[in-house]
Each structure stands twice: as structure tokens, then as C-alpha cells.
Design a binder for this molecule. Sequence first.
Ligand code: SAH
Length: 212
Amino acid sequence: MFEQERLELVNNLRKKGITDERVLEAMLKVERHRFVPEIVQHHAYKDIALPIGYGQTISQPYTVAIMTQSLKVQPGDKVLEIGTGSGYQAAILYELGAKVFTIERNMELYNKALKLFDELNLKIAARCGDGTIGWEEFSPYDGIIVTAGSPSIPRPLKKQLAIGGRLVIPVGDRKTQVLKILTKISEDEFKVDEIPYFAFVPLVGKEGWNGK
Ligand code: SAH
């Protein structure tokens, strides 16, 4: 279903500057319409964010593509995602061959995503809780991707990143953020690149909004 729409979306993303063919291939394969409520399924292949309930959204495909491309995932990499939401971003990472760990704070979204991972046979480790403190048990991660906007970079996430690993996180105020791409050089040294401007839902937690 929707093969033609998916192909058009991917061609559109290529035109908008996405160059990593592996990312584009994964987006051609993963059926975004499975991750959105039935009522908006006919919009699934437009390059827009869509509501998934509880005031949350599935990110715009371009945003998913640029974040995934920035993460530079290699097959076998251990990747932690904060903000499972619909599960779409996690499915893209899985398709790229990553071992995916994902955390969602909203119990209903978490349950929905678990069910969908099972239906689609995606072997993704998921938990419900505050992702701003990371998931220490399986650290260090080769990549960490945060799909909600944060006022600052949560310290636990920097700590749980492997040397040489990348952390992709939108940082800013509640309305707009810049995408920060940190590469861990040593235990306390990071190279930082930035891509403006994005608008994510807020990261709510101990090391995010409403934290302290
Ligand atoms: N990656 C998702 C995008 C979902 S929007 C997708 O592909 O659909 C961001 C999600 O982050 C929301 O579902 C929100 O509930 C969740 N979130 C916000 N703060 C969080 C936190 N501290 N820990 C885990 N999840 C959080």
C-alpha cells in the first residue's frame, strides 16, 4: 500500500538535500502510514508532522531524515532514542541495522508502540519512563537521538555516549530549537555542530522542561 506515495516522498527528501542513500532506502521501506492514527493515514506521505494523540506528534519526514543522517548509524550500532512516540523513528533506526533502545514517558503511546513493534516484528527494546536520565544499563551507546526539544543537554545522555559516538538533540526554548550534533571526543570533550531551526514538542523530565 502507498508504494508510489512513499517513492515520491523519498524523491522529495532527496531534493530537499538528504544525501545518505541508506537513510532514504530505510524511509522507502518503512510504512509511515502504519505509525499514524487511521484518521490521518491519507496524509502519511506528505512531508509534515502529524498528531498521534496526547498532544504529541510524529516528526516531519524531513526532520527524521536529517536527524538520522546526522547520527551516522552503522549496522550493529547500539542506539538510544528518547521519545518513542509513534515508533516511526525507532523503526527507521532498526531498518538501518541498529540495536535500538527507546524510551517514552507517556504510557499510552508506549503501549501502542510496543504493540506495533510486535505486529511489524521489529526487535526493539522499549521502556516507559523519563528518558532525560538515559538508560544506563545498556550504555555506552554509539548514538543517542532525542526527538523532543530540550532547554539544555541532559548530562546523563552525554555520559552514556561511547567515545566517538554521536548525540543528536534539539535544544532551545519551548517554541524553536537548533539541532545540536555532539560527537564525543573524550570523556569530557565534545565537538558540536548545529542545524537551525526546528520545532519539536517539549522534552519533559528531570533533565528537561519542568525538571528543577
Ligand atoms: N520519535 C517519535 C517522535 C515523537 S514526539 C516518532 O517517531 O513518532 C516526542 C515524544 O517524546 C512524545 O511522544 C513525548 O511523549 C516524548 N517525551 C517527552 N519527554 C520525554 C522524556 N523525558 N522521556 C521520554 N519520552 C519523552
